[in-house]
Design a protein around this ligand. Structure first.
Ligand SMILES: C[S@@+](CC[C@H](N)C(=O)[O-])C[C@H]1O[C@@H](n2cnc3c(N)ncnc32)[C@H](O)[C@@H]1O
Length: 593
């Protein structure tokens, strides 16, 4: 079932021609900004966005006096920059207001240097995504007439502006002064970057211009300039919403201690903000975040997943599929998730959100996601409606590779640390085959070969390096595959005869090794066949949102009981054709391809 979002109508207002003109003006603004020194760039980028906003106000609500920029020196822009900013400000005047504000405020991060932008994680949310996330929070029970809301990484107010408009609509009969007072009491934002905070405040003034003009009062300050990581949270909000910054971050010793409950290894800012959101939310309240999908699987997010399952399990989840170019400069796969604090884990609704433009999205229902038995485990979420039956079946499978008698680790050789031991020839003492990722073919076969630059087929094991040598047969699985590839799981059995004839091999780090621990219950050929099946490949796609195929995820894959694999073993022993093997694996997973 599909539904259109309200924002489709916004798109119709901006005809193709004016969108092209706007995109061209934006490119011109970016070109203009590259001529500015790094030291002045933040100020100029902020001044540019401010000039554009002021031109927009002059064209749309000329009576409004913006107070957000009071006490600041006038914009320091050269003539060309000012003219361009004002032209952009005027040209978005025909657009619906939230779309216009997004175009104008997002000029600021777009004109920063790459390093400045990445350091802040400043990527502003297009209106269709903020609207959808607020819709999900409304469906989750957030009451606009009474609820308190916090955006802990407010940026230029993508969420606060739409929240203010919803709050105002919920108080339809309220006096303008009362509406403004309610905005001051019930909406809050935190933001590290004072330029962004000012743009957010200005955007709120524009969005609420009618009540500001009717009451003769300014919009109360909504955004506090601060480092959210250093604020002392109190559970006082009914909804914590936003698009937190993301990227690896080095925390201080005190911060690591404070967030230890949700950390494993490297910290990512969005994980830390998710942990913080839980602390700001009232019991029974909601957290609604736009984040990368990487937290759904992988060991780095295992502690965060456990925290969420225990304290605030998800109630709704949208995978975002955006047409190329819609998210300026954002490369990662993203999703919207709504969690309820203090709710017992149940099943959360899953949707697919197709974004065609800044303002147009289609929603398709995909099914539901349940929480794993091991709270640290990956979440199996359907990426398309057909996955629901597969996941339902997989949720009933309690075996894992460990139960079959296998463990997973990564190939031990990081080749560039051992360059002098790489060898083109098998001649010499202690020289063994070196197995690179290209030895595992996309059809799931092992071919001993070294095809790429710097890859050599042999490796000399020096005294002390014996730990690099693998002496038993195992299953090799490629560690990096993209969702665009025909298969995400690419596995091959490393034949026992090959290992024995060379008295051991060395396996490079771009491969996972699935190795028997003692006497395994199934053969490596069975392990490889199951991993190479379409059913398990689809299951893996439901679990993994990154390009990594990690040992942690392989170990978490739901598998049939070893006893159920007798027929598959027979088929493999008889040399049955691929289609026959596939059909048997499909049967084991109840999967209709
Ligand atoms: C991904 S942007 C989102 C902004 C806005 N909420 C939106 O959706 O358009 C993240 C914002 O977090 C801010 N930020 C980064 N680190 C922060 C911190 N430690 N404390 C507060 N804000 C921070 C950045 O300046 C940026 O404006």
């Amino acid at each position: 079932m599909t539904a259109s979002l309200k924002f489709r109508q916004l798109e119709q207002a901006a005809d193709e021609k004016s969108r092209i003109a706007l995109a061209a003006a934006r490119s011109a603004a970016r070109a203009w900004s590259t001529g500015i020194s790094q030291r002045s760039r933040r100020d100029r980028a902020a001044a540019f966005a401010r000039a554009a906003l002021e031109a927009y106000v002059a064209a749309t609500v000329p009576n409004l006096q913006l107070t957000a920029f009071q006490n600041l020196a006038p914009c320091r822009l050269d003539r060309d920059g000012l003219a361009l900013a004002e032209r952009i400000g005027r040209s978005v005047a025909p657009l619906p207001m939230v779309a216009a504000l997004h175009h104008l405020t997002s000029l600021y991060p777009a004109l920063l240097s790459q390093e400045q932008r990445s350091a802040l994680g400043a990527f502003y949310t297009p209106p269709c995504l903020s609207a959808r996330l607020l819709d999900l929070a409304t469906e989750g029970g957030f009451d606009w007439a009474t609820g308190r809301l916090l955006d802990p990484a407010a940026g230029a107010g993508a969420f606060l502006v739409q929240a203010a408009l919803r709050l105002r609509s919920s108080l339809r009969d309220g006096e303008p002064a009362f509406v403004l007072a309610q905005v001051g009491v019930r909406l809050s934002g935190l933001e590290l970057d004072e330029n962004a905070a000012r743009l957010a405040q200005a955007s709120l003034e524009i969005a609420l211009a009618d009540v500001v003009l009717a009451s003769g009062r300014p919009v109360p300050p909504v955004v506090q300039i601060c480092d959210t990581l250093e604020e002392a949270p109190s559970p006082s909000f009914d909804l914590v919403v936003g698009n937190p910054p993301y990227g690896r971050v080095t925390l201080t010793i005190e911060q690591r201690a404070r967030f230890s409950r949700s950390l494993y290894g490297h910290a990512n800012l969005y994980g830390v903000f998710t942990d913080l959101a839980l602390r700001w939310t009232k019991p029974g309240g909601l957290i609604a975040f736009l984040t990368p999908t990487s937290f759904l699987a992988g060991q780095y997010y295992a502690a965060l997943r456990r925290l969420l399952v225990d304290e605030a399990p998800p109630v709704a989840l949208d995978f975002v599929h955006a047409r190329k170019g819609v998210f300026e400069d954002v490369l990662q796969e993203t999703m919207l998730t709504v969690y309820r604090k203090g709710r017992a884990a149940g099943r959360a609704r899953v949707h697919y959100l197709h974004i065609a433009t800044d303002c147009e999205a289609r929603v398709a229902a995909n099914g539901t996601v349940g929480m794993p038995r091991d709270a640290r485990g990956p979440w199996l979420a359907p990426r398309s409606p057909e996955h629901s039956a597969l996941i339902a079946h997989a949720e009933g499978l309690s075996s894992r590779l460990r139960d079959w008698g296998y463990s997973v680790s990564t190939g031990p050789l990081v080749w560039n640390r051992f360059k002098s031991q790489l060898s083109d020839s098998a001649a010499g003492r202690a020289v063994h085959p070196l197995i690179w990722a290209e030895s595992v073919t996309s059809e799931g076969r092992f071919i001993f070969r070294a095809l790429k630059k710097h890859h050599t087929p042999y490796f000399r094991v020096e005294p002390g390096d014996e730990w690099l040598l693998i002496k038993e047969p195992c299953v090799l699985v490629q560690r990096t595959t993209a969702k665009e590839q025909a298969r995400r799981l690419i596995a091959a059995e490393l034949p026992a005869s090959f290992v024995q004839s060379h008295a051991g091999v060395v396996i490079e780090n771009h491969l996972n090794m699935i190795r028997p621990k003692g006497i395994a219950k199934v053969t490596p050929a069975v392990v490889a066949a199951v991993l190479n099946s379409q059913a398990v490949d689809q299951l893996f796609r439901c679990m993994n949102g990154s390009v990594a195929v990690s040992a942690f995820e392989l170990e978490a894959l739901p598998l049939p009981e070893a006893d159920a694999l007798e027929h598959l073993s027979l088929l493999l022993a008889e040399g049955a054709e691929r289609v026959v093997i596939e059909a048997e694996c499909n049967r084991l997973y109840g999967w209709m391809s």
